[in-house]
Design a protein around this ligand. Structure first.
Ligand code: IPM
Ligand code: MN
Length: 372
């Protein structure tokens, strides 16, 4: 298959983890005889520095003209600590999501048997966790009208949803539930918010066309507790933009590290794949960031284009890295492996699943290749 892939490393650890994802896609390309082209684009603080804009028009055009976008992370402490900043790196990502109309954000959360001991939850609670969050991504409080009074003391963010915005993501979620365990939970604040009541009405109507899916509604308060107490009772969770963001961040750490979970953002014409973790600026350029979330995001990209065998090859190679403890420091404090050597191992195992990779201990360390 021929695929043009836009690569936006972004800020913090974004570029280094995305480099490992590209390495794995190149391994897939070589092994399965595909033709992938990678084109880099600027976004975030890196783009502000070079062009003044967090999302130059060339980047938007690049993504629109590509088959898919692979995105790293966004945000730097300078902007985080300046609430009055005129432009923010994050604006670049939000603008891109809106421009590409990526209305469904899919965040799968699955416990890995080899990493259960890393979870902050007890083994019996985390075992069997396999859920996916369908988050609305281009509307709600993130994109409603904003205001700040002249004296800077009153601010608003309008939370606005239309029936159509709700139903298009809801259909995606129900279709997924049908193929999975047949359960869908809408998480909302319908006891307090008008928009949540509209979500309940619209989604309850849609549920009638999916009789094979067991549909329930749950308040966010209850859901945020249940996810910690009984994560394996969930299958598909459907939520608005803001609620989906918070719930997925909570799930992100359940499975053992914030560096493991990928996401897919899908629209009618565009698709973007990105790890859930943020830019983790403290780890930037230290070769310690976990590349697995980015590598899984690349796997989701392949799955999106129907390349199931290729998806499986990446997932198995990652599992093997867990089994062999070729992992970054967030997974195992005493590890000798850095971002690039974990990426090397996974890429090598995509090409040859039996490759045990001769690791050259002397070369293990920051930024060095570990393959003999
Ligand atoms: C995410 C991120 C973004 C969001 C930020 C960087 C704007 O947290 O993708 O989850 O809130 O959507
Ligand atoms: Mn988030």
């Amino acid at each position: 298959m021929k695929l043009n892939i836009a690569v936006l490393g972004g800020d913090g650890i974004g570029p280094e983890v995305i480099a490992q994802a590209v390495k794995c896609l190149q391994a897939v390309e070589e092994n399965f005889g595909h033709d992938f082209t990678f084109t880099n684009g600027l976004i975030g603080a890196a783009a502000i520095e070079k062009t003044g804009s967090p999302i130059p028009e060339e980047t938007v055009a690049l993504c629109k003209n590509s088959d898919a976008t692979l995105f790293g992370a966004i945000g730097t402490p300078e902007y985080d600590n300046d609430p009055m900043a005129k432009v923010r790196p994050e604006d670049g990502l939000l603008y891109l999501r809106k421009e590409l109309d990526l209305f469904t954000n899919i965040r799968p959360i699955k416990a890995f048997p080899a990493l259960i001991k890393n979870s902050p939850l007890k083994r019996n609670i985390i075992t069997g966790t396999d859920l996916v969050i369908y988050r609305e991504l281009v509307s709600g409080m993130y994109f409603g009208e904003k205001s700040l009074s002249e004296d800077g003391t009153i601010a608003t963010d309008l939370c606005r949803y239309t029936e159509n915005e709700i139903s298009r993501v809801a259909h995606m979620a129900f279709k997924a539930a049908k193929k999975r365990k047949g359960k869908l939970t809408l998480v909302d604040k319908a006891h307090a918010l008008e928009t949540s009541r509209l979500w309940r009405k619209v989604v309850t109507n849609i549920a009638e066309s999916y009789p094979e899916v067991e549909f329930t509604c749950m308040y966010l308060d209850h859901a945020s507790m249940s996810i910690l107490l009984e994560p394996s009772s969930f299958d598909v969770i459907l939520a608005s933009n803001m609620i989906g963001d918070i719930l997925s961040a909570q799930c992100n750490v359940l499975i053992g590290s914030a560096g493991l979970l990928p996401s897919a953002s899908i629209g009618a014409e565009n698709a973007m794949f990105e790890p859930i973790h943020g830019s983790y600026p403290q780890a930037k350029d230290k070769n310690i960031a976990n590349p697995v979330a980015a590598i899984f995001s690349a796997a989701l990209l392949l799955e999106h284009f129907g390349l199931q065998e290729e998806f499986n090859a990446i997932v198995s190679a990652v599992h093997k890295s867990f089994m062999k403890k070729i992992v970054t420091i967030d997974i195992m404090g005493s590890t000798k492996y850095g971002t690039s050597s974990v990426g090397d191992f996974i890429a090598r195992n995509i090409v040859d699943a039996d490759d045990n990779l001769n690791i050259n201990d002397e070369n293990i360390g920051l930024g060095k290749s570990t393959i003999i």
